[in-house]
Design a protein. Structure first.
Length: 387
């Protein structure tokens, strides 16, 4: 059965759209940023490291923030911090300041994303997987718009950074219209239980989560650079072409739950990873731009549902402590976001971006291996009872 996309759903989805608009413009614009700041691949990759460190801080702070403010207000605080850092990035060009701004911005992004998973899980119960995937699918529209905006402005005499300014007024209007429309809050007694140690099965699943997010951000940050290397296209054209990746993500997130609704959780994830590996193989071997676009689209479909579904796996292994599980997942995301783009850039400086990109399928294999090693024990219904 389909979920009822009520006002709470749309509020959360539009919060994700705001942060994805920024990420859609920022990630694929790495070649533009690098050219403007005259930095190496490794130094440019430090922006990804800053996002990763921010996610680690957000993961450490998550249970405390939720305990103090509740899930809904925590999400709005995250959105405000995101806007503060984003505006700093837009109006402060030197690399030292953009790194600091991205650190602040990344903290807010991680708080918003973490809140999305727990709020929708609480609000939709056994239909949480579909709700998380479709909310993220709506967020992908923001990602695509961000990429198109930055790529289009890059072909003019204006600074591509100006395309990101819209995040502030959009977030403010969203808050003013919907600040009390997100739904039931987390009760205090439940919040106080979000602590303690987690099982070994959780941590094995967590390793798979880290590998999954690493493959996503390695693709997000450096696919434009790979297109330039393989097809010889300009930085601006390559950036616009990454729209195919965002469209694939949005398509997979919106329709994926319908395509795979009769398949249990782990098999859904494995199916998505196989699509990702096929898309990667074509992308890496192609020297023709339109074939690379199709491959990026396939990559997007393959990655579309992985974050949401693996997050639900982690909640299933949490012993009824979803906020703790998502907080720990943010630590893993921080390691992945901070490490993978920087490592790929570092290797790319020495071996070239094409060879460095071979780390992506290795990460996918590791993530899939953890699913075989630690299969899910909880259904979505059981997880909803724990929430």
């Amino acid at each position: 059965m389909s979920i009822t996309r009520d006002r709470a759903f749309w509020t959360i989805a539009l919060q994700i759209s705001a942060v994805n608009f920024f990420m859609g413009g920022f990630g694929p614009a790495q070649p533009l940023l690098r050219a403007e700041q005259h930095t190496s691949l490794a130094i440019a990759g430090l922006h990804g490291t800053a996002l990763g460190v921010a996610a680690i801080f957000a993961g450490m702070a998550a249970p405390k923030l939720v305990h103090t403010f509740g899930r809904s207000l925590t999400a709005w605080l995250g959105l405000a911090i995101f806007c503060l850092g984003g505006l700093g990035f837009i109006f402060a060009p030197p690399v030292q300041i953009t790194l600091l701004a991205i650190l602040i911005c990344g903290f807010g992004i991680s708080v918003v994303i973490n809140s999305m998973v727990t709020q929708l899980s609480q609000h939709f119960g056994e239909k949480a997987g579909q709700a998380v995937s479709q909310a993220a699918g709506i967020g992908s529209v923001g990602y695509v718009l961000g990429t198109l905006t930055v790529g289009s402005i890059a072909n003019t005499s204006l600074s591509w950074r100006l395309g990101l300014v819209i995040i502030a007024p959009f977030s403010l209007v969203l808050y003013l219209l919907n600040r009390n429309k997100v739904g039931a809050e987390l009760d205090i007694e439940t919040a106080r239980q979000q602590g303690g140690s987690l099982s070994s099965k959780f941590w094995f699943a967590w390793i798979g989560f880290v590998a999954c997010i690493s493959s996503e951000f390695a693709t997000t940050f450096w696919s434009a650079a790979l297109l330039r290397d393989r097809s010889g296209s300009s930085a601006a054209i390559s950036t616009i072409c990454v729209v195919a990746f965002g469209v694939g993500m949005g398509t997979g997130r919106w329709f994926g739950p319908r395509w795979l609704r009769k398949i249990e959780l782990d098999r859904q994830i494995k199916a998505m990873m196989i699509v990702q590996l096929i898309g990667f193989s074509v992308l890496w071997s192609s020297h023709v731009l339109w074939i690379s676009l199709l491959a990026l689209f396939a990559n997007g479909i393959g990655l579309a549902m992985q974050f949401g579904l693996i997050s639900l796996r982690l909640i299933g292994f949490s012993g009824g402590r979803p906020d703790l599980a998502i907080g720990r997942s943010s630590l893993g995301a921080g390691i992945a976001i901070g490490g993978a783009p920087f490592l790929l850039g570092l290797v790319g400086d020495h071996l070239g971006i094409s060879r460095a990109y071979l780390m992506v399928p290795l990460l996918v294999i590791i993530s899939m291996g953890m699913i075989f090693l630690v299969p899910s024990e909880s259904t979505s219904e059981k997880m909803s009872h724990e929430l």
